[in-house]
Design a protein around this ligand. Structure first.
Ligand code: ZN
Length: 338
């Protein structure tokens, strides 16, 4: 008898092996279906004794042609340097809100768009709960400005106050601009938009005004230890940044100072067409970027890529560089570098 396997036997073994492999592949696919959902949209960091939680509200498309004071060619070059792919007229742009737990007060800075923007925005309330908090625990909501992607979340799905125990603080200039009887002068192209935006701002303010919880920032101060407002006008008349300080650590929440980071850090002269006063907005860019230059102050932005927190340094010329924060565990734990 030959010790070599017969041709028939080899074929039979090969067939069995193929069947077994196919079976394994099917079993693996069935056992691990794709999840097709993102991780909960929050990011946490400690700032001294304070806990900061970035909340993701969603993505809005921005059009590069809305930039002012920068040519299309220059903007295209900067977008290419940032390896920006896709349609420059629909740049996917984060919308963020920030929660600050000072240990004695829970403070939310802006609220996201709520239900007013359809599916694109409105995830901040879900992410606030995913981050371990409830809307009724929020003591204060600080508003950077009254554009609806920042205040839509003041209302819940039933149109009632989403934060039943919170006092809302904002600059008087901002409240007056959007809520006064007389409509502000705007270019014809923005008239309809302004009408809508004022209507939405009035509806968001209503339940808080009715319960005396719509408060103006008095004398440039807030009744919250460790947080102070920083006037940052230009995007809107009362646009306000907030500086959070605990011990030696500082974070400046810049609101809507930057919309298209790939262009506006390198070119702080670039405003956007929906800045109410582009010249003033540019002056604010320069002042605040100078203030945070060098990285000793963290920066958080409502339209910077989520979590929207990082640091800034100058580029040695006329612009700045954005350095996003690195994902880190909390509490901080470090493995051995050996
Ligand atoms: Zn915005």
């Amino acid at each position: 008898m030959s010790r070599l396997p017969s041709v028939r036997r080899v074929l039979w073994i090969a067939t069995l092996a193929i069947i077994a492999m196919a079976g394994q592949a099917t079993a693996a696919a069935a056992e691990a279906p794709m999840q097709k959902t993102q991780a909960p949209g929050y990011y946490r960091m400690m700032l001294g004794e304070f806990e900061i939680t970035a909340l993701f509200d969603g993505i809005v498309p921005l059009d590069v042609s809305q930039l002012k004071n920068v040519t299309e060619t220059e903007a295209a070059k900067l977008l290419a340097l940032a390896l920006t792919a896709g349609d420059p007229h629909k740049l996917p742009t984060s919308a963020n809100a920030f929660l600050v737990n000072t240990g004695s007060k829970l403070v939310l800075v802006d609220t996201g768009g709520g239900t007013a923007f359809g599916k694109g925005l409105g995830q901040a309330s879900r992410n606030l709960e995913a981050a371990g908090y409830k809307p009724e625990q929020v003591d204060a909501v600080l508003i950077t400005h009254l554009h609806f992607d920042h205040i839509g979340g003041l209302l819940n799905a039933e149109g009632k106050a989403a934060f039943p125990n919170a006092v809302v603080y904002l600059a008087k200039a901002e409240s007056d601009y959007w809520l006064s009887e007389t409509e502000p002068e705007v270019p014809a192209a923005f008239k309809e938009h302004m009408k809508q935006a004022r209507k939405l701002a009035a509806s968001a303010a209503k339940p808080y005004l009715a319960t005396d919880r719509w408060k103006m920032i008095e004398n440039g101060r807030l009744p919250i230890a460790g947080i102070r407002p920083v006037a940052a006008p230009g995007h809107t008349p009362g646009h306000t940044a907030y500086e959070i300080r605990s011990g030696e650590q500082k974070l400046l929440i810049i609101g809507d100072m930057i919309h298209i980071p790939a262009v506006q850090f390198a070119r702080p002269d670039a405003a956007v067409s929906f800045d109410s006063d582009p010249k003033q907005a540019v002056a604010t860019h320069h002042a605040l970027l100078h203030r945070v230059d060098g990285g000793t102050t963290f920066v958080a932005g409502m339209h910077l890529p989520f979590p929207g927190i990082g640091r800034v340094r100058n580029d040695g010329k006329t612009g700045y560089v954005w350095i996003p924060i690195e994902y880190a565990p909390l509490p901080a734990k470090y493995g051995s570098s050996q």
